[in-house]
Design a protein around this ligand. Structure first.
Ligand SMILES: [Zn+2]
Length: 344
């Protein structure tokens, strides 16, 4: 499509909701809703430190990173059998399909589970079956294994070893959890090994951490995509590099708001990233905890910042071009996007 049609602002919300899009930054453990946590706790006989769904729902109104992590790990404790991982992923994939996500590249944190004595095979089996079945929903879903950066290089290597027998069921690796104090360099050798196995490489960088972490994710870890990256606007040379090399940024506006990266959504720098020619995308991060799935992120961010249909098209197109889908699939997604805008 050469020109994006002008869409009246009142028709923009419907277009944002209906346009096909890819989600490139979703932690599957962060999609666990309180109702499913209670259902799985009951199925598995796990005692929770919350009396009912309402009390757990109230705890989701956390006030800082630690109180978020407390609930996050309490929630993950109910995941024990392959079917539990399947049910968690399936619940997300149904929500993604309803938001017209046609491609999802889903992060999972195996160390959160293997540390509790759950086998790698249990985790990957349940998640990968859900991804395969997602075709029924019209979603192409793939998995990306994330290393927890607050743990050691040695533990990351052990995790990679455990996962390699299932190499055909995930397409890449990432780096997540607490950023500050855990620079990308800590995992140079792990990422070198992953590259040799032909895995795609991504890393969280520049969420709370400095632009220097984005530089080292690019130059030392040699990642293909930066997760978050919103701190990059503080470094003009970095902005130039990201634009020149077409490095996608997986931006998560509601997560940034909830974790106080920006005090208000109105102050989010998504427009600045797009105006600088960066391949920015919109994503939900940990949607059960951060206040919304894909369309909530689009609708609230556009309402707060006054972005228009041209930005919407660019963001959706970036999500496909920044994905790890095959070129033919990417072309098909863009054709569907063009059709949605032509009909708007
Ligand atoms: Zn994230």
């Amino acid at each position: 499509m050469n020109a994006v049609p002008d869409v009246p602002m009142e028709r923009l919300p419907a277009l944002l909701a209906a346009m096909p899009k890819a989600e490139l930054h979703i932690h599957i453990e962060g999609s666990l809703e309180p109702e499913l946590i209670f259902a799985l706790a009951q199925r598995n006989g796990v005692a929770l430190p919350y009396t009912d769904v309402e009390e757990l729902r109230r705890a989701y109104a956390f006030t800082n990173l630690q109180s978020f992590l407390d609930i996050y790990y309490a929630g993950a404790s109910v995941l024990l059998q392959p079917q539990d991982f399947y049910d968690m992923a399936w619940a997300y994939l149904q929500r993604a399909a309803a938001d017209h996500v046609v491609r999802a590249e889903i992060f999972f944190d195996p160390q959160t589970h293997t540390a509790r004595g759950v086998a790698m095979e249990t985790v990957i089996d349940g998640l990968s079956r859900a991804c395969r079945d997602a075709r029924q929903l019209g979603v192409d879903a793939e998995l990306i294994l994330c290393f927890l950066r607050h743990l050691s290089e040695e533990e990351a290597f052990a995790t990679l070893e455990q996962a390699l027998p299932f190499r055909d069921r995930f397409i890449g690796v990432g780096l997540d959890s607490s950023e500050l104090g855990h620079p990308p360099e800590k995992f140079t050798r792990v990422f070198d090994a992953c590259r040799r196995h032909g895995l795609h490489l991504v890393a969280h960088a520049g969420e709370e951490g400095p632009p220097a972490y984005v530089w080292s994710a690019l130059d030392v870890l040699k990642v293909e995509r930066i997760d978050h990256g919103v701190q990059s606007t503080k470094d003009p040379a970095l902005m130039k590099r990201l634009a020149q090399d077409g490095i996608p940024l997986t931006v998560c506006p509601l997560s940034n708001l909830k974790l106080c990266v920006f005090p208000q959504l109105e102050q989010h720098n998504l427009r600045e990233l797009l105006d600088a020619g960066l391949v920015a995308t919109v994503n939900s991060d940990d949607p059960a905890y951060f206040g919304g799935y894909m369309n909530a992120n689009f609708l609230q961010t556009f309402a707060a910042t006054g972005l228009d249909a041209h930005h919407a098209y660019r963001l959706a197109r970036n999500s496909f071009e920044g994905s790890f889908a095959e070129p033919a699939a990417r072309r098909r997604y863009v054709e569907r996007l063009d059709a949605a805008f032509a009909a708007a």
